[in-house]
Design a protein around this ligand. Structure first.
Ligand code: KDG
Length: 316
């Protein structure tokens, strides 16, 4: 595998219109979950991505598995849990600027993942292990799983990428989250926070200062997402800011960070410089926000090439 990742994928309920959820009666169902989104993004770009997790033995779990398989993601290590259900979440587009997320993921099948689910060789033979800050906050056994996977990756010289992906609704104890995030960041080769996540990890607010502290922790490469402003990047050789991509309308920003991560990782797998990889991450992020859904906007390699080079509105 080029990249192995694990975490929770859920059934996602997208409202059919803007407004408070109590006045919304129709939703369309989709699938989402940070690490699975990254795996799908990579697979669409032609990389070999493996995703493992637990899903419930229910229609939502089956939906997740068939979608991942259709996307070409390896699910050979994904487990169907007979006792616990697949997690769900609802989006509320409260107004054109504010989205609320309602999770139904306590005691989900994914939260039962544990170190016994690990296939050591699967991780040891990958080029990258991608981790987010969501999984260790799902349960104590998930936290142990994350730490064990890092240990395996380190022993086998597998590079680790980390997207903190802060979800305050999963953080009962910010100190606990800080400790585990710092542990993961210290073991990571590539860290891809947003500004607020960088601040949470380092106490700094400026991209350069955040990057310096993360590099001091031991990371080789840092790429900081700046939203409309693009992204800042730094390693020992390169540093700079890649400008944001102008888009007409943000339709749905959920999943943009995962798209960015997929673009950066795919670029690094193609031996891009960090700057080139971050430019590609930005392009995927832009494509993701222009489309409804967590994974729907992720481009194929061909769509990405068209986006990079062709500025026409209608492709005939
Ligand atoms: O990054 C996008 C994810 O936030 C979304 O797909 C769902 O994993 C998810 C979460 O925990 O919010």
């Amino acid at each position: 595998m080029d990249v192995v990742t694990f975490g929770e994928m859920m059934a996602v309920f997208n409202p059919d219109r803007i407004g408070p959820i109590n006045s919304i009666y129709t939703f369309h169902k989709s699938v989402g979950g940070a690490e699975g989104n990254v795996a799908i993004g990579l697979s669409r770009l032609g990389n070999k991505a493996g995703f493992f997790s637990r899903v419930g033995n229910d229609p939502f779990g089956k939906n997740i598995i068939s979608l991942l398989r259709a996307e070409g993601v390896d699910t050979s290590r994904l487990i169907t849990d007979e006792d616990f259900p697949t997690g769900l979440y609802f989006k509320e587009k409260r107004n054109s600027n504010l989205m609320n997320i309602y999770y139904y993921r306590n005691n989900s099948a994914a939260s039962r993942m544990n170190v016994d689910d690990l296939d050591i060789e699967y991780i040891a033979n990958a080029k990258w292990l991608h981790i987010t800050g969501i999984t260790p906050l799902l349960s104590e056994n998930c936290r142990e799983l994350v730490l064990k996977s890092i240990e395996i990756a380190k022993e086998s010289n597998v590079k680790i990428s980390f997207d903190p992906n802060i979800r305050t609704k999963l953080m009962d104890d910010k100190g606990y989250a800080f400790d585990i995030f710092t542990q993961i960041a210290s073991a990571s080769d590539l860290i891809m926070p947003g500004i607020s996540e960088g601040k949470f990890l380092t106490g700094e607010e400026e991209p350069e200062k955040i990057a310096n502290k993360l590099l001091e922790l031991g990371a080789e490469k840092v790429a900081i997402k700046l939203g409309e402003q693009g992204a800042y990047f730094k390693n020992t050789m390169e540093e700079g800011t890649v400008p944001g991509i102008e888009i007409r309308e943000v339709i749905d920003s959920v999943g943009a960070g995962d798209a960015f991560a997929a673009g950066v990782l795919s670029g690094l797998l193609d031996n891009f410089t960090l700057k080139e990889a971050v430019i590609q991450g930005n392009q995927l992020g832009a494509l993701a926000v222009m489309c409804e859904g967590d994974i729907e906007g992720l481009p194929t390699k061909q769509e990405l090439e068209i986006f990079k080079h062709d500025k026409d509105d209608v492709f005939r």
